[in-house]
Design a binder for this molecule. Structure first.
Ligand SMILES: Nc1nc2c(c(=O)[nH]1)N[C@H]1C(S)=C(S)[C@@H](COP(=O)(O)OP(=O)(O)OC[C@H]3O[C@@H](n4cnc5c(=O)[nH]c(N)nc54)[C@H](O)[C@@H]3O)O[C@H]1N2
Ligand SMILES: Nc1nc2c(c(=O)[nH]1)N[C@H]1C(S)=C(S)[C@@H](COP(=O)(O)OP(=O)(O)OC[C@H]3O[C@@H](n4cnc5c(=O)[nH]c(N)nc54)[C@H](O)[C@@H]3O)O[C@H]1N2
Ligand code: SF4
Ligand SMILES: [Mo]
Length: 729
């Protein structure tokens, strides 16, 4: 027998003949990683890599970014426009001209019959910024419906609302570079290692150098909680109580930054009055964190030279979402931690271009953080576009989560969905299904024709994906990055930009407003609209070439700015976008309106994500090396709770809530407490058949993470059969 390596064949890496590298930005999460796509002489993708020179990811990518180039040829892509009279009939293939003409006619017919706002448009956080700006022109300027919003209401609405209430404007004030300066890092309802793996890697690198404490607030022992120095397993929906109790300790022990508070904030007395009601002794019984821990964490935070907080969906997706954000901002204002290196209130954004839509889509207002409610803003945009300001409504219309109930009541008759899949992503999908069935006309515009919501459409527009298009994204830290066009659109799919331009031609105002042919010309318009004194969202110094050369530029970056670096932080001078320039402290009273576990439904139902999948799996479900890790809908369950119900690992169970039921496979794990189950929301006909989704009163964002269910055994053979029949992609 021969031992040793002598006779083994060395591993050879096939030589990939890259003729050209195309610069791009990842189209999944909001981290904003730069990806280079390697093409051969024929323009075929042969490889890809994280860009080593990009400050965001410094060569790294997570599993989704690494495999993203497989999307171009993935199954289920839309190839031709499709049309039918009734949603349960078969589709017929049609031409773009006919699909667009027919859709424009139907929009006009519905608006003519029931009023302009009876046709709604729901967009996304996943288009390019130039596409968002163009869609805004089309919807606000040509179609003229006020019921126009995005899936970002499911995602970032609470962050936007909280930022506006505290600082007078949206816009995350910090950046990833803050990790290198902070002395204390606190994360609320965010599982960074799985949901923003490359941001987490940046944090870990920084901690390895300077070892500051990481505190994670999450009811589950997530991967992030396992890596943290302190984990606070909070009772769902009670973060505001913890924050109030922390501020109680800070004021009680005189740890606040009095000078900062006096110079830069409003409403200190009101805040103190409310916070005084949240003694850690009583707060501990509501939020589930013992009083000593609360005091300890408050002291660490307040005494740190610089302390920062981040948060994601554990805060935003709750009935106290906007208040939770405002309260995190309060904590940072009280301790003087805004606008300084390592001291900030940084909302970690969700989708790749959730920021771009907030900035430029006109969804809840007008381009460039302008408001419909301000006559001077309506005038400015109308004049620039060349239309009459009276065409714009004087206040925003329905939010995405109010548009669906308005279908139920008959107020809305037609809907255009762009890059969003509510049949899987909305709470209480049994109810959403009825709404879809009720629509007189539904258009679905998606890269995939097998997206679940397409089951109910009358027209399907096949969209091009990612680097089949060209344009910009803005990431979590306000960094504008570019995706260069690397591939021809798949089959007869078209870039969303093209679709919006063509649709505009079919409306009267579309002949008045200029709709440029090239994305960069749309970018030039945005640059123009971003200029102005006291405008923080200023991108006037950027060009596509500069963005690529810098591997992304943060805004503000003004025309007069030299070099290639924008501003790393906002509010460094303590001046905010409020009428008197001071930040608002917002006193937050806790209210408890969540559906609580009870005798009949004894478990909290929590939901979220896993690293290998993105949202409703239209993309990652088709990429073998992502999907193989979790192809089956599953649920995390505590082993002690399972034992009581005689449930074993990898058995199927039935979950029932007051809304519906779902069958999932059990994964026994100590990650969840005894009275909670957690389900990744990526699967069709799964967690959102059960969820309630009560709305935040300020942001209208649903509380996806708090409702109650019961767990029951099911016939295993029957469940396995049902699961085999389920769409697997
Ligand atoms: N792999 C992957 N990455 C993604 C995405 C994806 O689909 N897949 N989606 C992107 C998008 S759009 C988004 S919005 C982000 C979301 O990113 P995250 O918010 O980090 O992800 P989630 O898993 O939804 O929720 C985070 C945590 O909130 C906790 N939580 C639940 N209730 C509470 C509570 O009451 N208080 C607190 N403090 N925590 C609570 C949950 O236990 C969960 O661990 O991820 C982005 N990145
Ligand atoms: N229970 C529960 N539900 C949740 C959440 C949760 O944590 N728990 N999270 C919520 C959050 S934070 C979010 S962001 C939403 C996400 O919910 P959705 O936005 O509904 O889910 P996605 O799967 O991202 O849908 C995006 C669609 O856009 C398509 N697409 C991708 N790129 C393009 C493009 O360039 N052009 C066009 N036209 N289409 C494109 C994709 O194929 C996909 O079908 O889900 C929400 N739902
Ligand atoms: S961390 Fe986010 S942006 Fe970076 S590669 Fe992964 S999914 Fe893409
Ligand atoms: Mo999101």
């Amino acid at each position: 027998m021969i031992f040793g390596r002598k006779n083994r064949k060395p591993i050879t890496i096939p030589k990939k003949e890259v003729a050209e590298w195309k610069y791009s930005t990842c189209n999944y999460c909001s981290t904003g990683c730069a990806i280079e796509i390697g093409l051969d002489k024929e323009g075929k993708v042969v490889t890809s890599r994280g860009h080593a020179g990009a400050d965001v990811n410094r060569g790294k990518l997570c599993i989704k970014g690494l495999l993203e180039t497989e999307l171009f040829e993935s199954d289920g892509r839309g190839t031709e426009p499709l049309i039918r009279d009734k949603y349960h009939e078969d589709f017929k293939t049609t031409s773009w001209d006919h699909a667009l003409d027919h859709t424009a006619e139907k929009i006009k017919e519905i608006q003519g019959k029931y009023g302009r706002d009876s046709f709604a448009v729901i967009s996304t956080g996943q288009l390019l910024t130039e596409e968002f700006y163009t869609l805004g022109k089309l919807v606000r300027g040509c179609i003229g419906t006020n019921n126009y919003d995005g899936n970002t209401t499911l995602c970032m609405a609470s962050a936007v609302s909280g930022y506006k209430r505290s600082f007078g404007s949206d816009g995350p004030p910090g950046c990833y570079g803050d990790f290198e300066h902070t002395d204390c890092f606190m994360a609320f309802g965010s599982n960074l290692p799985e949901q923003h793996p490359v941001i987490y890697w940046r944090l870990k690198e920084a901690k390895e150098k300077r070892n500051f404490p990481i505190i994670v607030v999450d009811p589950r022992v997530t991967m992030f909680a396992q890596f943290a120095d302190i984990h606070l397993p909070i009772t769902p929906g009670t973060d505001c109580v913890l924050l109030n109790a922390m501020m109680y300790v800070i004021f009680d022990e005189g740890l606040e930054d009095q000078a900062y508070l006096e110079a830069h904030t409003n409403n200190l007395e009101e805040l103190k009055e409310v916070v005084a009601k949240y003694d850690p002794k009583s707060a501990q019984h509501i939020c589930g964190i013992d009083e000593d821990r609360i005091r300890m964490v408050a002291r660490i935070y307040a005494k740190a030279g610089a302390a920062m907080s981040i948060w994601t969906m554990g805060i935003n997706q709750s009935t106290h979402g906007s208040d939770g954000v405002a309260n995190i901002n309060n904590l940072n204002l009280v301790t003087g931690n805004i606008g300084k290196p390592g001291g900030t209130s940084l909302s970690i954004t969700g989708q790749c271009n959730a920021m771009g839509t907030r900035e430029w889509s006109s969804c809840s207002g007008l381009p460039g953080y302008r408001a419909l409610e301000k006559p001077e803003h309506r005038e400015e945009i109308a004049n620039y576009w060349g239309i009459d300001p009276s065409f714009f409504p004087e206040k925003r219309g329905l939010a995405q989560t109010d548009i669906f109930p308005a279908i139920e009541t008959g107020e809305i008759k037609g809907l255009w969905l762009i890059a969003t899949n509510p049949m899987t992503s909305m709470a209480n999908t049994p109810r959403i299904r009825k709404m879809m069935e009720k629509l007189e006309f539904l258009v679905v515009q998606d890269c995939y024709k097998d997206v679940e919501t397409n089951e109910y459409s009358h027209v399907f527009f096949p969209a091009s994906v990612w680097a089949e298009k060209e344009g910009c994204h803005t990431n979590t830290e306000r960094r504008v990055s570019i995706t260069r066009n690397a591939m021809k659109p798949h089959a007869n799919s078209k870039p969303d930009f093209w679709v919006f331009n063509q649709m505009a031609k079919r409306f009267d105002n579309g002949k008045v407003i200029r709709f440029p042919e090239k994305p960069e010309e749309a970018f030039d318009e945005m640059k123009h609209l971003s200029k102005g004194e006291n405008r923080i969202l200023d991108i006037s110094g950027m060009t596509y070439d500069k963005i690529e050369a810098a591997r992304g530029i943060q805004w503000p970056f003004r025309e007069s700015d030299e070099g290639l670096k924008g501003e790393a932080r906002l509010y460094t001078d303590g001046k905010f976008q409020t009428p008197n320039g001071k930040a608002n402290l917002i006193a937050v009273n806790f209210f408890n309106n969540n559906e609580q576990p009870c005798g009949e439904y004894p478990f909290w139902l929590n939901s979220g994500r896993v690293v290998e999948h993105f949202h409703t799996r239209t993309r990652t479900g088709k990429i073998g090396n992502c999907n193989k890790f979790s192809p089956t809908p599953f649920m995390e369950m505590n082993p002690d709770a399972a034992e009581e119900l005689n449930i074993q690992h990898q058995q199927y169970v039935r979950l029932t809530s007051r809304r519906g039921d779902a069958v999932v496979m059990v994964q026994l794990t100590q990650r969840v407490p005894r009275n909670m189950v957690f389900i990744p929301f990526h699967y069709y006909d799964c967690v959102n058949r059960l969820s309630l989704g009560l709305l935040d009163p300020h942001s209208r964002q649903p509380a996806f993470k708090q409702c109650s269910v019961r767990v029951e055994p099911v016939d295993q053979a029957e469940a396995a059969r049902l699961n085999a029949e389920r769409r697997t992609f």
